[in-house]
Design a protein around this ligand. Structure first.
Ligand code: SF4
Length: 323
């Protein structure tokens, strides 16, 4: 089989492979997709407007960079998830389609451009994520904080969710982000600890878990959220243990979605999890005490994030009323 290496014009001055570190790896097998993963393509007027606003503001979105299957649906609703600090990541996770390499310097005007785009899109709930920036002393925490502040100024009614890197070995970074008072602090554990060396080699499971727990300790009012992908070879027992770990860290909102393989150089899909199994995990997650669980084949961290935030707030109110 011939493998085409996906190339990314615009990632740097010259066209470069998105994943130079994966180029020499053997191809992984590709499982045929089941019918329940088919999605509709975007092409509506609202989709085009979202695209225009993102482009005119010179922004990156994880929707595009990760090749998210939901882009047709989300952009039709003008829901784009902003990816700050460039489009080049310092990590090289085996599941992720974001380009790997040495990033460019931070763009000090980016927080304001994100804020302008949020106001133009009229988002009531915005999700801001980023590439990993291990090259920066604070891991990009201050840039996150400046982006939160700029959005609050430009569009005060919007609620703000940040989906951050793990800030591994970045002392004080989490505190900077939490001080900016996001409504939701999200950090994805991505997979079970046993698969970290293969799937998320630059990260440490218990560090990520502790990051979530510490976010809640720093601000008990912030909603904490984390997600995992299934279909990477994890066992059911490992998943259930991870859910317990998250509850021990006081995570409020759990997302579970099917892993999809971006290219033949990425980790293979070991199996497609049936929709009924996602429903089952949702029931178990609720029983374990999460305020909210989103679990379906196409669930992603930011999928339906606005509607979910409304539910999350209501679930907390209900919990407080019954306490
Ligand atoms: S699910 Fe998230 S990343 Fe995917 S298209 Fe929707 S907003 Fe973008």
């Amino acid at each position: 089989m011939v493998t085409l290496i996906d190339r990314t014009p615009g990632v740097s001055e010259t066209v470069r492979p998105r994943h130079p570190e994966k180029a020499a790896k053997p191809d992984t097998p590709r499982l045929a997709k089941p019918a329940w993963l088919r999605v509709r393509a975007g092409g509506s007027k609202a989709y085009a407007e979202t695209h225009t606003i993102v482009k005119e503001n010179g922004l990156h979105t994880v929707c595009q960079e990760a090749g998210c299957p939901n882009i047709g649906e989300c952009w039709e609703k003008r829901h784009a998830t902003m990816m700050i600090m460039g489009a080049i990541c310092t990590r090289a996770c085996a599941f992720c389609n974001v380009a790997t390499g040495l990033p460019h310097a931070l763009d000090a005007a980016e927080p304001q451009r994100v804020a302008d785009a949020v106001a133009r899109l009229g988002l009531e709930h915005v999700v801001v994520t980023s590439v990993d920036r291990d090259d920066l002393a604070d891991g990009g925490a201050r840039h996150f904080a400046e982006t939160i502040t700029a959005i609050r100024r430009a569009h005060p009614s919007a609620t703000i969710e940040v989906l951050t890197p793990d800030f591994l070995r970045k002392e004080g970074a989490l505190e900077i982000v939490i001080e900016a008072r996001p409504d939701v602090f999200n950090h994805n554990l991505e997979t079970v600890p046993g698969l970290y060396p293969r799937i998320r080699p630059g990260a440490r499971y218990f560090h990520s878990l502790r990051l979530l727990q510490r976010a809640k300790e720093l601000d008990p009012e912030v909603f904490t959220k984390s997600g995992i992908m299934v279909g990477l070879g994890e066992t059911r027992d490992e998943v259930l243990q991870e859910l317990d770990d998250m509850r021990s860290a006081n995570v409020d909102f759990l997302t579970i979605g099917q892993y999809l393989q971006p290219t033949l150089k990425h980790a293979e899909v070991k199996r497609y999890v049936e929709p009924a199994e996602f429903d089952d995990l949702k029931t178990i997650g609720k029983a374990k005490g999460f305020l909210l669980v989103a679990s379906s084949p196409l669930t992603r961290s930011s999928y339906h994030a606005g509607d979910d935030f409304v539910q999350l707030r209501e679930a907390r109110r209900a919990q407080l009323r019954s306490a």
